[in-house]
Design a protein around this ligand. Structure first.
Ligand SMILES: [Zn+2]
Length: 496
């Protein structure tokens, strides 16, 4: 691997000299690295990692400088040490005590995840990273919030106990959670959790993804699906907003008035955005209450860099089963998008990413946060608004979930066709074998090979060979290609 480190050094100077966003530089660097991309960050040499550390530090500093502060954070924050761990798959970042907020919650996690995403996206083009670990004066953020730590440890413990048999139990129940929705801000009143960007307000976009995933999980995987937000057409009395636009917290308050521990968790904690924080926690707490087998949280992503694109799935560090769900989810979303020429090049992360999401950490079952594109990018926003894109992505995620439940991994749809050796006038049956689980349509049993009858006619003393390329397309439009060779010998011709 021959990396263009001269360019990296030039870039570093550029990054450190400006607080404005550096998307274009980032882009040109990626273009220079070009085809020489490591499959993952562990393939980079120690020297290459060392050279990247100051670049990533500059990238993070530029992001921190323009990041809106949450209560308690210092106005000026200097990013400290940035280094790769020994195996090279994680980046360790020191953010200092000035980054520690007054309240721990989703609003803070959003900032941390945005920083991590900046690093993930940058590293995608060089050698994809699995995790970004932040410390605050050398300590984990939860060391500053012992109460929070206790809650998360509890969830983790019960997760460990129930995870494995839950994943195989075959109960078939899933929570599909559409991110965000209106909440009550103590200063600004009823407000959306995300603002309008490129024609998309995430709060109103996620329910469409949820509806599509719900329908596929029901019809294809035979799952019983629970939704975290209301589908009712009438209005929420207090806010006057349609129920479909309301955050989960209010839906659950209305449905489970006697279970305030789900929707009114940690009352009095969280400041002006208390109900926003309660909304985030209410989703996994509802999943725990239902005892579902998995929780799938649907979002669209955003960053200050308008060029950042693509689909990513986040899981909680150390939760291997969740990681597997995230991995197969990405794999089949990619497969599904590839079946449609309009979205076949839509970027999908090659691996899932570690993230700090309350939606995942409070859940006692496999739980993932799927970020289906960046609404802060024009192209992605157009896709998010497209019914076809949403349907393709959710069809893929459903297949990923189904494969996860069956204990299977990421299997490419492939086909093998035997060589066809014919004698003129005779019949030959070729068994075509499929790998993976395509949706067959006319082929009922995927385990039984498809048999194709061949026959040929050759003129005396004129054997011939034909080669062609065959495409097999399943009922979902997923394509597998193979080469076929057929040789036809005349009846009378004798072996040499
Ligand atoms: Zn979101």
């Amino acid at each position: 691997m021959n990396f263009a480190f001269v360019h990296v050094r030039v870039l570093r100077a550029a990054i450190l000299s400006t607080t404005a966003f550096i998307s274009n530089l980032e882009h040109s660097h990626a273009a220079e690295v070009g085809a020489e991309v490591a499959k993952d960050s562990t393939k980079l040499s120690a020297e290459q990692r060392k050279s990247l550390e100051p670049v990533l530090r500059g990238l993070l500093q530029a992001h921190v400088d323009v990041q809106e502060r949450v209560p308690g954070q210092a106005p000026i924050i200097v990013v400290g040490d940035v280094s790769f761990n020994d195996s090279g798959d994680e980046l360790l970042v020191e953010l200092g005590k000035g980054y520690v907020p007054t309240y721990y919650g989703g609003d803070f996690e959003d900032r941390i995840n945005a920083l991590a995403t900046t690093v993930y996206v940058y590293m995608d083009k060089i050698g994809p990273l699995r995790g970004v670990d932040f410390t605050f004066e050398g300590r984990d953020i939860l060391d500053y919030f012992p109460y929070e730590k206790g809650l998360k440890e509890q969830a983790e413990m019960s997760q460990r106990q129930t995870l494995f048999h839950r994943a195989d139990a075959g109960k078939g129940r899933v929570l599909v959670s559409a991110g965000h929705g209106y909440y009550f801000h103590k200063k600004f009143g009823w407000t959306t959790q995300r603002s309008l960007v490129n024609g998309i307000t995430e709060d109103f976009a996620t329910p469409a993804f949820a509806a599509s995933l719900d329908s596929y999980l029901g019809s294809r995987a035979g799952e019983e699906v629970f939704r975290a937000r209301s589908q009712a057409r009438d209005r929420h009395a207090e806010s006057g907003k349609p129920w479909t636009d309301m955050a989960s917290r209010y839906f659950l308050e209305n449905m489970l008035p006697n279970a305030p521990e789900i929707w009114n968790s940690k009352p009095g904690k969280g400041g002006d955005m208390e109900e926003y924080e309660q909304d985030i926690r209410s989703r996994p707490l509802y999943a725990n209450h239902l005892g579902v087998d998995a929780a799938i949280h649907l979002h669209t992503n955003a960053t200050e860099n308008p060029n950042t694109r693509g689909i990513r799935i986040f899981y909680t560090k150390g939760r291997d089963v969740d990681e597997r769900l995230a991995t197969v989810g990405l794999c089949y979303i990619k497969e599904s998008l590839k079946s449609n020429a309009a979205f076949d090049a839509f970027p999908v992360a090659s691996e899932p990413s570690i993230g700090r999401y309350g939606e995942n950490t409070y859940a006692t079952m496999p739980s993932i946060v799927a970020e289906i594109g960046f609404h802060s990018n024009k192209e992605d926003a157009a896709a998010i608004g497209s019914y076809v894109f949403r349907d393709l992505a959710m069809r893929g995620l459903e297949k990923g979930y189904r494969m996860f439940r069956e204990g299977r991994g990421c299997e490419e749809f492939t086909v093998t066709h035997p060589e066809v050796n014919l004698v003129s006038g005779a019949q030959y049956k070729a068994d075509v074998v499929f790998v993976c689980t395509p949706r067959y349509g006319r082929f009922k049993d995927p385990a039984v090979p498809l048999t194709i009858d061949y026959g040929c006619t050759a003129v005396k003393d004129h054997p011939f060979t034909i080669k062609w390329s065959a495409s097999f397309i399943d009922a979902d439009g997923i394509k597998a290609k193979t080469a076929v060779t057929m040789t036809c010998k005349p009846k009378s011709s004798r072996p040499a």
